[in-house]
Design a protein around this ligand. Structure first.
Ligand code: PBG
Ligand code: ZN
Length: 327
């Protein structure tokens, strides 16, 4: 019988050996936790399709932000449900809207917590599209001027990072210019550079009341079949001044995350979106999967693919699990 000499299993012999040779280490510092803010006070209502995620009034959002900071999570991303909607989404830059008030209150209460402001119009327009309409077409260049107002209002409220998610052409350059003109040269831009027209956003659209009232977003978000186009979007956003490049959704697009990581020297973020979260929560509630194991494995795969930043609704649970595991 031939003698076996090459034994990769030696490196898997015990937990400490595996820990010593582990190539990817998930950390609480990788996470961004998204929150949904609403008007009123003392509101904390669970979102049905996103168990353990809530609609929070500003006071409750501040409590949540404190918990997030205590867990060591470095950032929150703030989404909002406005009190009024119109054709152009003007509540998106109203300083009295829940998002602007929440950003200000969180910054005051927990100054070290980084605040990411999501810049888009779909939550604020009556038609639910991400920009200003011209007939049934979303007018790119008219929308840019509106996005500039949203970004500046969020920076004024105290946002550290502006994250445009609308997929209009030229929005990064437009937002950079507006931020700089208003003195916000240190506010960075995390661009949803590669955002696919995805079925995985379903629970979010219910949570944020942002579903398009006619048609779909395929004329601005990307075709899930394309990867070369992703690299084109990344190149353009970097040329326009993006500081961080995001790929969204995460799990079905880890090949794209890997390609982007190989190609650029900027930080890469992934958005582990609502549909990915809902599937895990549903299967776990049925006892079909081990939630902790599945979540940590999935988030580790995102990091292994090349993500520096992981925006995830699992952040709070994952932070607690990593602490339990002494990681
Ligand atoms: C708004 C926006 C969406 C998400 C983040 N910002 C939805 C969309 O484009 O329809 C999705 C987040 C998620 O599903 O968790 N443009
Ligand atoms: Zn949108």
């Amino acid at each position: 019988m031939m003698e076996q000499k090459l034994r990769p299993r030696r490196m898997r012999i015990s937990e400490n050996m595996r820990a010593m040779v582990r190539e990817t280490q998930l950390s609480v510092k990788d996470f961004v936790y998204p929150i949904f803010v609403v008007a009123g006070t003392n509101v904390k209502e669970e979102i049905p399709s996103m168990p353990n995620c809530y609609h929070l009034s500003v006071d409750k959002a501040v409590d949540q932000a404190k918990e997030i900071a205590e867990l060591g999570i470095p950032a929150v991303e703030v989404f909002g449900l406005p009190e009024y909607k119109d054709e152009i989404g003007s509540s998106a830059w109203d300083m009295n809207s829940p998002v602007q008030r929440a950003i200000k209150a969180i910054k005051e209460a927990v100054p070290q917590l980084m605040i990411v402001g999501d810049v888009c119009l779909c939550q604020y327009t009556t038609h639910g599209h991400c920009g200003q309409l011209c007939g049934h077409y979303v007018d790119n260049d008219k929308t840019l001027a509106l996005l500039q107002k949203v970004a500046v209002s969020q920076a004024q409220a105290g946002a550290d990072i502006i994250a445009p998610s609308d997929m209009m052409d030229g929005r990064v350059a437009a937002i950079r210019e507006a931020l700089d003109e208003n003195g916000f040269t240190n506010v960075s831009i995390m661009s949803y550079a590669v955002k696919y027209a995805s079925g995985y956003y379903g629970p979010f659209r219910d949570a944020a009341d942002s579903a398009p009232q006619f048609g779909d977003r395929k004329a601005y978000q990307m075709d899930p079949a394309n990867s070369r186009e992703a690299m084109k979007e990344v190149e353009l956003d970097l040329a326009e001044g993006a500081d961080i490049i995001m790929v969204k959704p995460a799990l079905a697009y880890l090949d794209i995350v890997h390609q982007v990581r190989e190609k650029i020297n900027h930080p890469v973020a992934v958005y582990n979106v609502s549909g990915e979260y809902a599937m895990v929560k549903a299967a776990a509630a049925n006892g079909w999967i081990d939630e902790k194991r599945i979540v940590l494995e999935t988030l580790t795969s995102m990091k292994r693919a090349g993500a520096d930043i992981i925006i995830t609704y699992h952040a709070i649970d994952a932070a607690k699990w990593l602490r339990e595991e002494n990681l």
